[in-house]
Ligand binder design. Structure first.
Ligand SMILES: [Zn+2]
Length: 229
C-alpha cells in the first residue's frame, strides 16, 4: 500500500466494525444506490430491503457511528458513504449512463475497482483550478492529463471527533504539478502528508475500495473459520 503507516482507511474501519449480516447488507445497499446515481433515502432503503424505516434508521446510525457513512441530522438521508458523496464535490466520476461524486481524489480513483467498471474522472487542481482528467479501468489507469498530476494525501488532519469525510477527505486532492502542490502547501503552513503519483494513488484506491462491495461469503471467510475458543 502506498499510503503511510497508521492511516485508518474505510476498509480498516469496516473490518473493525464487525457488522452483523443485516447491517452489512444495508451498507452494501447504500453503496449500490450511490453507484446507480441515486441519493440513498430512508424510505427507499426500507422499501428495497423490506425492513421497517425505524429499524433502517437504527442501522444507519450504527454505520454512521463507525464512520462508514454520514447521515443528515434527521437521519433520513445518507449524505456520504465512502467513496460517494450525495452533494457535489470537485471529483466528478462518469460511469456508463450516470455520474457520481467522490469524496476525495483517492476515493474517485477507487470507484472503478469497487464497481468493476471503466470510469472517467473530471476533477481540478486544488491550487489553480485547472482541469485534471483521468480515465481508468478496474485494473489500471489508462490515460490522464496533465501528465505531471500528483495526489496529495495529508497525514495531519486525523480527528476522531468528526467523520473523515469532513476532516481528511477535503484535502485529498489532485494537483496539476508538484510545483502547484508545493505552492498550495506553502500557503497552509506546510501540512504533513505524502505526494503520490497518479498510479500510486490509483493503487491505494484499489486496495481500499476494491473489496468494499464484496459479498460476505468472501468477506467473512477468515472470521467464520476461526476456531471457537
Ligand atoms: Zn495547478
Amino acid at each position: 500500500m502506498p499510503l503511510p503507516n497508521g492511516i485508518r482507511t474505510v476498509a480498516d474501519r469496516l473490518r473493525a466494525a464487525h457488522l452483523t449480516k443485516q447491517e452489512d447488507r444495508l451498507r452494501r445497499r447504500v453503496l449500490r444506490n450511490f453507484a446507480s446515481g441515486a441519493t440513498p433515502k430512508l424510505a427507499t432503503l426500507a422499501e428495497q430491503s423490506r425492513i421497517p424505516p425505524v429499524q433502517i434508521q437504527q442501522i444507519l446510525r450504527r454505520l454512521a457511528s463507525r464512520d462508514l457513512l454520514v447521515l443528515d441530522t434527521r437521519g433520513n438521508t445518507v449524505l456520504a458513504a465512502y467513496p460517494f458523496s450525495a452533494t457535489p464535490t470537485p471529483h466528478r466520476v462518469h460511469l456508463s449512463g450516470r455520474e457520481v461524486f467522490a469524496l476525495c481524489a483517492v476515493d474517485a480513483l477507487g470507484i472503478t475497482a469497487m464497481l468493476n467498471e471503466d470510469a472517467r474522472i473530471s476533477s481540478r487542481c486544488a491550487h489553480c483550478g485547472s482541469a485534471v482528467e483521468v480515465q481508468a479501468q478496474p485494473e489500471s489507469v489508462t490515460r490522464y492529463l496533465p501528465l505531471e498530476t500528483v495526489v496529495w494525501f495529508p497525514t495531519s488532519e486525523e480527528d476522531d471527533s468528526c467523520p473523515v469525510a469532513e476532516s481528511r477527505c477535503p484535502n485529498i486532492s489532485f494537483f496539476c504539478s508538484n510545483d502547484h502542490l508545493d505552492a498550495w502547501r506553502m500557503g497552509r503552513e506546510e501540512p504533513s502528508g505524502v505526494a503520490l503519483s497518479l498510479n500510486e494513488a490509483f493503487e491505494a484506491g484499489r486496495e481500499i475500495f476494491g473489496s468494499l462491495l464484496a459479498e460476505p461469503s468472501t468477506q467473512y471467510t477468515r472470521r467464520t473459520s476461526w476456531p471457537s475458543r
